[in-house]
Every structure is written in structure tokens, then in C-alpha cells.
Design a protein around this ligand. Structure first.
Ligand SMILES: [Cu+2]
Length: 497
């Protein structure tokens, strides 16, 4: 049931920090058909049986907070249909939306948001009781299963409003955040960030867009309203009853069956439930599995987010079409970058214009993923995602030509009302120069490390991700002799803690 990958091994070999690095590392991908066939563990459904592009793309509602009184955004558990061929799925979301409502804010104007948890006290997904955050060593008691705290990813946020992983709270309570928005227009996103359950909370649905706008953006006359669409791409797995599938034991990852203790007071160094990486076998965009979007014969602006746990996306268009990339994680690029492939690691965003104006009405263009169903190890030796499942993302259908005289009442579906504008042609777009940064004053070396197990000589699988090398000394803080656990929090991928 193990699924090996040269790229995974290369990456791990680079990152491994223990001296006894001998055993090959593995990862488990639910996209692998051979894994499904041989595993004795309960497995997710084979998503290749789901018909693609039969559900329209949802577009989350927009919330515009102000600087005076907090706008409340409530976390709840609810049921939604993620695909016409699936039973209802229980998910979590912000304001009843999966993914969450889109927050829009203006650069230079603070936004006050009150995140309230109305979630149940039982988690949808399997908690690992030995991870940092799951247990209170001062009070000698497990922490509540459902703990949330929201972080604005990419925001310049004061520390007290940043949503530190340890600043979690429980259902029935809330926390106010002030986002100063003292940065240029950019595509940000917010997501849950609770220590020890970030991966579960985000997988359950606690993630949404935060679009920051400014005058520079307005002056560019970009596609907007109907012609500006956020696309949150996430990989998921399902059980036959429609519920979200997520690994319940370490065994899914690399076949490791122990020893691993579930007692947080006497843990082994291999967490019993946590999987270092997860690759789902269905692509979900804005909360629909393989959706479609009807578009006008015109250009569109798409805000792309890779909201997957561990998956790196390499996006392409089935017609060989061009992505005109105008922005990245922190705002506009200095020039429009034209490419036919778009690389997006977990958590990253791309602001792109796709021009459908030269395509005949009736054209269907699929957004495809060439990235691997495995840790990304570079383009050179990449084995692309399963073309029957995770190699496809969604479909654009060119439906309406607003210039055609016959358009009125003769198209099916009928031409919808539109808002906004298609903007200036991308070929004429001149992006603003990026302000020069002052000379650097401090150089810091930061390493991202994957720690191998030391529990048995035969096993050296990854047990922890660390940003830097400083171990959190719980023995000192809690009077507990535990050399393994640390509080380092590799943030970039939401799947790590
Ligand atoms: Cu983040």
C-alpha cells in the first residue's frame, strides 16, 4: 500500500535532520488506484466515478467590514451538496458558506471582524491527542476537541490580531480582530489556525478569500463584478455516505503501525493519527467537486488560491490558453507575465486574466492540473496527477457573445444580468512599478526541517515539521520530560499542524 516517489525521497533526503537517514520515505496518496486496491484500511470512495462538470461553480457571498463596529462572521457546521452525485456532506464554514464568505476591504481602511464560533463541541475529523495544542500539561487534561482561531494569511497584522495558534477559543465564544490593511491591493485568504488542528479545521471548511483593494487597482480598470471570480482549489476525499474522509491513523501515510502511543503524557515520537501529508482524490473549487462556469466571450479576472493541504498545483488550460498573471501573494507584479503553466504551492495565490474573447461560443476549456499526487520535487522528474481525477480542476464554457445581434432571448441558458465591467484589454495593461525596498540591514537564515523518527532503528519516517531548529522545551515549562514535541509551527502549508 505504500506509494513511493522519487521526488518525495529527494525532498526528504534534503530536509532530513537525523543522522540515521537510511529508510526510504513514503507518502500516501488517495489518488493512487493501486493503493486503493490493496489496502486493508477503510478507504475513501473512488472519485473517478463522479461525472465532471455537472455542477455550476458557486461564488461565495461578499462581506465588507467597516472600521467602526465589528462585522460578525460566524463559524457553523452545516450540510451542503458538494456534487450532484454525492449525498449531502457535513462541513464547517464561515457564515454558512463553504468555503467561507469573501471578505472585501480597502487598503488604508481598517476592518473590524468578530469571528464567533457556533460550532459543535465534537470535531468532524479525527483528532490526534498527542499533537501540540491537544493537551493542557499545566492542568493535566485534554484541551477541547473543537478549538478555533482565525488567521489572515498574507496580512500585515498586529500580533494581538494575527490569530496565533495558541490563541484559540471554544464554541460559544468569539474574538475580535482588527485588520489594519496597511498594504497594497492583494489576494489574501483567511483560515483557521488552531494549534494541533489547523489541518482538520481547514479541511472541514474554515477558509475563505480576503480581497484587499486600493486606488491603484481601480485605476487599472481590471475586469470586475461578474468578470472577477475567486477560485479556491482544494483536494478532498469522501466516504460513501458523502461525509468527508480524512486519515484516522498514521498507517495511511506510510504503513507504520506502531509503536505509537495515544497518551499525550507518555507519547512516542510518531504521532498515532497525524499524517505528515495528505493528497485527496477529488478537486473541489469554491465548494463544488469539478464544477463548471459559464462565461461570456470576454476576458475574466480570476483570483486563484491553492487551498490544498499539501498538494502543489501546476495549472494549465486544455486549449493551451494563456494565463496573464497580474498579481501574486502580496499584490500586483511589475509587468504582466504570460504563461501556459501556473505553479501554485499550498497556500499561494495567483491573480490572472484569462481571455475567452477569441473563442467561439460553445467552446469548453478545462482547467487542468499537471502537478503531482505527491510532494512536489521540481518540474524535471514530476509525475503528473491522475488525468482521470486530480488532473482536472474545472471547466469554463463560453456561452454568450454580448456583441452578437441574435443573443437576445435566443441562447440557452439565457444571457444573465451582469455587474461591473470586462475592463481594459489585458494587452494594453500597464502594471505599476513595485516600490524599491531599502537596503537590507539584517540577514537571517531560516531553515524548514522535517524531523525523522528515532523510535526504532528500522523506521525513520517524518514525525514533525520545524521552522528553524529551536526546540520548545516543555520539560522546562511543564516539568515534563518530552524531548520530542515542539511548538515550532511551519505555517505556509495549512496541513502541517
Ligand atoms: Cu496561512
Amino acid at each position: 500500500m505504500q506509494s513511493f516517489s522519487a521526488s518525495a525521497i529527494n525532498r526528504r533526503s534534503l530536509l532530513r535532520s537525523t543522522a540515521a537517514a537510511t529508510a526510504a520515505s513514503a507518502f500516501f496518496s488517495f489518488s493512487s488506484k493501486s493503493a486503493r486496491a490493496t489496502a486493508a484500511l477503510p478507504m475513501p470512495i473512488d472519485t473517478s466515478v463522479l461525472t465532471k462538470f455537472i455542477d455550476p461553480l458557486p461564488i461565495p457571498a461578499v462581506v465588507r467590514p467597516n472600521s467602526k463596529t465589528p462585522t460578525t462572521i460566524t463559524m457553523t457546521q452545516f450540510q451542503t451538496r458538494l456534487h450532484s452525485g454525492l449525498p449531502l456532506t457535513t462541513v464547517w464554514g464561515y457564515n454558512g458558506s463553504y468555503p467561507g464568505v469573501t471578505i472585501e476591504a480597502q487598503s488604508g481602511v481598517a476592518a473590524r471582524v468578530r469571528f464567533t464560533s457556533a460550532l459543535p463541541t465534537k470535531h468532524l475529523l479525527p483528532i490526534d491527542p498527542t499533537l501540540d495544542g491537544a493537551y493542557n500539561y499545566m492542568l493535566n487534561t485534554p484541551n477541547p476537541d473543537v478549538r478555533t482561531i482565525t488567521h489572515l494569511h498574507g496580512g500585515h497584522t498586529r500580533q494581538e490580531h494575527d490569530g496565533f495558534p495558541e490563541h484559540w477559543y471554544v464554541p460559544g465564544s468569539s474574538r475580535d480582530h482588527i485588520y489594519d490593511n496597511n498594504q497594497p491591493a492583494s489576494t489574501l485568504w483567511y483560515h483557521d489556525h488552531a494549534m494541533g488542528s489547523t489541518r482538520l479545521n481547514v479541511y472541514a471548511g474554515l477558509a475563505g478569500f480576503y480581497l484587499l483593494r486600493d486606488k491603484t487597482e481601480t485605476a487599472l480598470n481590471l475586469p470586475r463584478g461578474t468578470f472577477e471570480v475567486p477560485l479556491a482549489i482544494q483536494d478532498r476525499c469522501f466516504n460513501a455516505d458523502g461525509s468527508l474522509f480524512y486519515p484516522t491513523s498514521r498507517e495511511y501515510f506510510d504503513g507504520y503501525t506502531g509503536p505509537s502511543s495515544t497518551d499525550p503524557v507518555t507519547p512516542t515520537d510518531v504521532p498515532p493519527v497525524w499524517n505528515p501529508e495528505f493528497f485527496g482524490n477529488a478537486m473541489v473549487v469554491n465548494g463544488k467537486v469539478w464544477p463548471y462556469l459559464n462565461v461570456f466571450k470576454s476576458q475574466y479576472r480570476f483570483r486563484l488560491l491553492n487551498g490544498c493541504c499539501a498538494r502543489t498545483l501546476v495549472l494549465t488550460l486544455s486549449n493551451g490558453g494563456t494565463f496573464h498573471q497580474i498579481g501574486s501573494d502580496s499584490g500586483f507584479l511589475p509587468t504582466v507575465v504570460k504563461s501556459t503553466q501556473l505553479l501554485l504551492a499550498a497556500g499561494e495565490r495567483a491573480d490572472v486574466i484569462i481571455d475567452f474573447s477569441t473563442l467561439p461560443v460553445g467552446t469548453k476549456v478545462q482547467l487542468l492540473n499537471l502537478g503531482p499526487d505527491a510532494p512536489f520535487g521540481g518540474m524535471a522528474d514530476m509525475v503528473s496527477a491522475d488525468p482521470a481525477t486530480t488532473g482536472q480542476v474545472m471547466e469554463f464554457r463560453v456561452m454568450w457573445d454580448p456583441a452578437a445581434k441574435t443573443v437576445k432571448n435566443k441562447t440557452s441558458p439565457p444571457v444573465p444580468a451582469t455587474t461591473g465591467s470586462t475592463g481594459s484589454p489585458v494587452a494594453k495593461l500597464k502594471l505599476p512599478a513595485v516600490p524599491k525596498l531599502p537596503a537590507s540591514t539584517v540577514t537571517r537564515k531560516v531553515s524548514l526541517n522535517e524531523i525523522g523518527s528515532t523510535s526504532s532503528p528500522a523506521f525513520n519516517g517524518p514525525v514533525m515539521g520545524m521552522l528553524g531548529t529551536m526546540q520548545f522545551d516543555q520539560a522546562m515549562q511543564y516539568g515534563r520530560n518530552d524531548k520530542y514535541r515542539c511548538c515550532s509551527h511551519p505555517h505556509a502549508a495549512t496541513g502541517t499542524s
